[in-house]
Ligand binder design. Sequence first.
Ligand code: NOJ
Ligand code: MG
Length: 578
Amino acid sequence: MIRIFLILIYIQYIYSYQSNKPCDESWWKTATFYQIYPKSFKDSDGDGIGDLQGVIEKLDYIRNLGVTGIWLSPIFKSPEKDQGYDISDYRDINPMFGTLEIFQQLVNEVHKRRLKIIVDFVPNHTSDKHEWFEKSVNREDKYEDYYIWKGDENSTGPPNNWISNFKFSAWEWNENRKQYYLHHFLKEQPDLNFRNHHVRNEMKDILSYWLVQFNVDGVRIDAVPFLIEEKNFRDEPRSNDPTATEIDYEYLNHIYTLNQPESYELVYEWRAHVERTSAISGQEKICMSEAVQPTDMVIPYYGSADGSRLGAHFSFNFILLQELKSTSNAKDLANLINEWLNKLPTKYTSNWVLGSHDVHRVATKFGKERVDLLNMLTGFLPGIQVTYNGEEIGMENGPVPCMFGHDHVYNCTTYPNISRDFERTPMQWDNSKCAGFTNVTRTWLPVSYKKLECNVFDQEKNAKSHLNIYRDIQKLRTLLKQQTQIQLKVLDKNKNILEIVRFNNAMEGHRKTDIFEMILNYGNESVVVPITEEPPFQVMLRSGNSPKKCGEIINGKHITMDPYEAIIFRPTKRLPQK
Ligand code: NOJ
Ligand code: MG
């Protein structure tokens, strides 16, 4: 009887989910996700560390950016060896961030503002302080094979030559259990064994916990290429990177540890599970997967090649983050965009990412002059845009003296160029002593002195600030939904000027319809270029360094582009395509 009752409720849920679908179906397909690094966003309780209450305080700011939702980097219980990517309890909040009650309040406040909230899901590894690991070390029933254990007391060295993504052997000896365990990241981040069905179930339960019980709108799945390794633990061959030394991850070609068929399969299983949670809650939930890999490896996380299985709603596109350089030209940029778009099957939703908590800030990497151009670009390209907090005001890396560093993975003494502390310094809300981040002088990472020239408060007041241009691009994105077609063209012989045309699928004869066009000058020289489409044009948006005005009509067939200038415009009448 009870069973029948439950089945009836389930059917009703599915029905209500499907009947909601038409209006909610594609909320994520044109979304902008704003990544919050909670430790550095806003401190509400004066301990110098950002927290959930701080995020609540800034929700109106976020809503006024015009983004669709937030993605929170990990907020769960953790010894913070890898800043929360080492979780010791998947179902609780790290006290420095708040409590489950405050988290629930945050979800409610987000939804009140018609925003979405995504949390980080870190399934590949736990903290070595997780109770599963402690039980596994003690070979407790059920937990014995929760992790990847190899060798015995007679072992004379690690089971094979695998190297951790964070350098050195991927194996660590455990004196209590007298075996080695596998860790693709820090030794304090042991890898779970996904060939164990208990582990698989645990992870699905954790997904349901956040998606159904706490009603979050989705998860970002961390480190998917590492989920499952080849069964026979074979040595990996030497890579062809001549600069790598024996301790470096790049020393080997990771044919047995990365992107194994079973890892893709697991992401497809999670997608199916996320769909189930959508059905139960009557709202479309999503998953996004993180694989910092070549595009050919990234795309199958969206779904199987034969199309029979769906994976992540989107698999992060890191092609620009990894390949675009300040020394690139517009041709390189066009090639990268085209490579991604040509490889991505049309049924999948594209996405664009330039910054994160793992790479140097956009303004530092590409130069402050290119901030608007790049925010406008990722906003103009089709699909999803992901923005790391602070990029909307063009924050640069903050200086972090080594003694104040927190990145245990790449501490700045040993790795002065790749420490991730620099891109994690506190958000610059104003130019006060603590940049409006907190009211105490001791912050977990130092507040950058650059708050004086780059902060939210000042940029609010200037219509041409990075912040206001970021807001304008968000408004413009709502007009760009029908323009599913795209064409890229380099307009000058020096290959610095890129023209991107977005237009409607429906062509009228030879004419493109509903055209929007972006032209950007990636280089540092002023250039006069011929425009492909017929004038007149109306300027919809321009970078802060542009002399053009929004609403201005351009009549000529040529346009002058200042150094690093970007404009988005629209032909004011439909004319045949050249
Ligand atoms: C990717 C995360 O973005 C990074 O910060 C972390 O160190 C690794 N995954 C390991 O979880
Ligand atoms: Mg705090």
